[in-house]
Design a protein around this ligand. Structure first.
Ligand SMILES: C[S@@+](CC[C@H](N)C(=O)[O-])C[C@H]1O[C@@H](n2cnc3c(N)ncnc32)[C@H](O)[C@@H]1O
Length: 210
């Protein structure tokens, strides 16, 4: 398990990274990639859409989700990341912020149409537990979208990646999402303007009538 797949260490990491996050983020995760990922989802009527952003951080993806939903719920375990998000969206505006853990969501079952999470799964000690939580809070037929780090092909990069956090390929993503009870699991690979494709984006649904 990578050194950052630990909640306390990830919190400490983001205490410092939050100060520069919005400046370095576009090098690996930019607006074009966000739009491509958003286009994989079917949003209900914006007035009614119940959308959750897990590991919302400073709100980069939340901003995109707000183009499709009047209200977005955001949760993150880092108070420092959340402070940056409050500064952008206000603490009690269209984003309903919560401080908490992806693996233990403070929401009722069958609440959301869409659960989104970008760039956060790599820090969760137990991703399947978190994905099961996503499934629990999603309505039947609800959609999940997770952006995570694509497993590097170069063996040296792969060894470094494994020592740091969770990187995974489509086979591992399939296994995780299906084990958590999702159906219609699909993947898309994305990258910024340079190679390689650094992100793997997975979309899936909860079974209908679950
Ligand atoms: C790379 S940032 C992604 C932020 C945002 N989603 C985006 O698209 O730019 C990862 C975020 O995941 C959060 N995070 C890590 N582990 C978490 C956990 N177990 N529960 C909730 N948030 C977590 C971090 O605090 C950090 O804000």
């Amino acid at each position: 398990m990578g050194v950052l797949e630990n909640k306390a260490r990830a919190r400490l990491f983001y205490k410092y990274l939050s100060t520069v996050y919005d400046r370095i983020n576009p090098f690996v995760w930019n607006e074009r990639m966000r739009s491509e990922a958003l286009s994989l989802l079917e949003f209900p009527d914006p007035e009614e859409a119940m959308v959750l952003d897990v590991g919302c951080g400073t709100g980069f993806a939340t901003e995109g989700l707000l183009e499709h939903a009047d209200v977005v719920y955001g949760i993150d375990q880092s108070e420092h990341q959340l402070e940056k998000a409050y500064a952008k969206f206000g603490k009690r505006g269209r984003v309903r912020f919560h401080r908490g853990d992806a693996e233990r969501l403070p929401f009722a079952s069958n609440s959301f149409d869409i659960v989104w999470s970008s760039g956060s799964i790599e820090y969760w000690p137990n991703p399947i537990l978190a994905l099961r939580e996503f499934r629990r809070v999603l309505k039947p037929g609800g959609q999940v979208l997770v952006v995570g780090p694509n497993y590097p092909e170069n063996p040296i990069a792969a060894a470094l990646a494994d020592a740091t956090m969770l990187f995974y390929d489509e086979y591992e993503a399939d296994r995780m999402f299906k084990t958590a009870g999702f159906e219609d699991v699909r993947h898309m690979f994305q990258g910024p303007s340079y190679e390689p494709e650094v992100a793997i984006t997975t979309v899936a649904r909860t079974p209908d009538g679950d």
